[in-house]
Design a protein. Structure first.
Length: 368
């Protein structure tokens, strides 16, 4: 059987990963590897990173009675919490927990729809609660085709992680996005009031578990930890790439850049924004990004071709110069003339290959 949970927290505190951790500790049956699933980043009712949880249970339908009581005593009381954001004007909705139980995994297509767009409730199974049922069912539908792991610990009070432990974990083969390579600032601990002490990521369960244990040896007191299998770093939210040529570039207030009134590069996207500013009319480019409100929020960009207009070179090796409007060009050295006033020559790309934002500006789902 498959159990899913979502939407128990708010910006003012709480964390669905902790609620799920406590549920798993109390379960009267065996279970598989717990999963943390990131869904569509633009979901209207998301709190922060739009994560949901699921796990396979090794039991039968009799677990429903236990879950029903657990829901009423421990999860339903979490409904209705809400707090305003200090960083965004986006509307914050009250927490609306949802829990689902299926005798088999939901249709995989439901996961792909939920990670790439807004979806409605999934029909079937036993379901408790409100809007959280959407994310809970989508997490159950994930088939783990491209997985990483995250070790999460929750704090008792203070949030303090050893700088030396972080350095060790960051240097381990198989961990990723632990520190910003430019500033060396840690990326594993949130800054808000949520109970998470840290979340360390790895490309295998073994290395993530080891990294978690290292960090736990020298941090503030915790109330528990758990390693989750996740779709973070999978790129599942993106469906292919888009290729286009530059017709118009606008530099917007705040440093954002928009190309062809469609491709949006934010000011804090680092090299992505710089490449957008470097492009010129007729250059060809390819992007990866999410479409939202008729614009593509670019997460990666690649220059395909770029040319510049130059005066031709004379046979003697000197750059020719214009003789006036519609009068062609003339070599200032040997005086040879030509009607071909301009030639196109390739420009060396500002950056080669796929260009990504700084590590601290990438989505949870983005391939690192």
């Amino acid at each position: 059987m498959w159990l899913g949970l979502d939407d128990t927290d708010s910006l003012d505190g709480g964390c669905t990963t902790l609620v799920f951790h406590q549920l798993l500790k109390d379960l009267p049956c065996e279970h598989g590897e717990p999963r943390l699933t990131r869904l569509w980043p633009f979901a209207s009712r998301r709190t922060r990173g739009n994560a949901s949880l699921s796990v396979e249970l090794y039991c039968d339908e009799s677990i429903e009675d236990w879950l029903d009581l657990y829901w009423k005593e421990h999860i339903l009381p979490l409904k209705g919490k809400v707090a305003k954001s200090n960083h965004s004007k986006r509307t914050q909705y009250p927490s609306d927990p949802g829990m689902v139980l299926f005798d088999k995994q939901p249709d995989e297509e439901y996961y792909w729809s939920a990670v790439r767009g807004e979806v409605d409730f999934y029909e079937g199974g036993k379901q408790w609660g409100g809007m959280g049922r959407i994310g809970a069912a989508a997490s159950c539908a994930w088939r783990e085709s491209n997985a990483t792991w995250e070790g999460i610990a929750w704090r008792e009070n203070e949030r303090n992680v050893s700088v030396e432990s972080l350095r060790i974990v960051d240097s381990m083969e198989g961990t990723f996005l632990c520190r910003d390579p430019r500033s060396k600032r840690g990326l594993i601990s949130p800054r808000g009031p949520c109970p998470v002490m840290f979340g360390v990521r790895g490309n295998s369960r073994e290395v993530t578990k080891e990294a978690t244990e290292i960090l736990l040896m020298d941090c503030s007191p915790t109330i528990g930890s758990r390693v989750y299998k996740t779709n973070q770093g999978s790129g599942d939210h993106l469906d292919g790439t888009v290729t286009d040529s530059v017709r118009e570039i606008k530099r917007m207030k705040g440093g954002h850049v928009i190309i062809n009134n469609k491709f949006l590069m934010f000011s804090d996207s680092g090299d992505v924004n710089q490449v957008a500013q470097w492009l010129q009319t007729h250059d060809e480019f390819e992007v990866k990004g999410l479409e939202y409100k008729n614009q593509i929020h670019v997460e990666a960009i690649r220059i395909l071709s770029s040319t510049q207009k130059m005066r031709p070179l004379c046979e003697c090796g000197t750059r020719m110069k214009s003789m006036g409007t519609n009068q062609g060009v003339k070599c200032p050295n040997c005086k040879k003339k030509s009607d071909n006033g301009w030639i196109k020559t390739p420009r060396n790309p500002l950056r080669e290959g796929w260009v990504l934002p700084p590590v601290d500006k990438r989505r949870h789902l983005a391939k690192w």
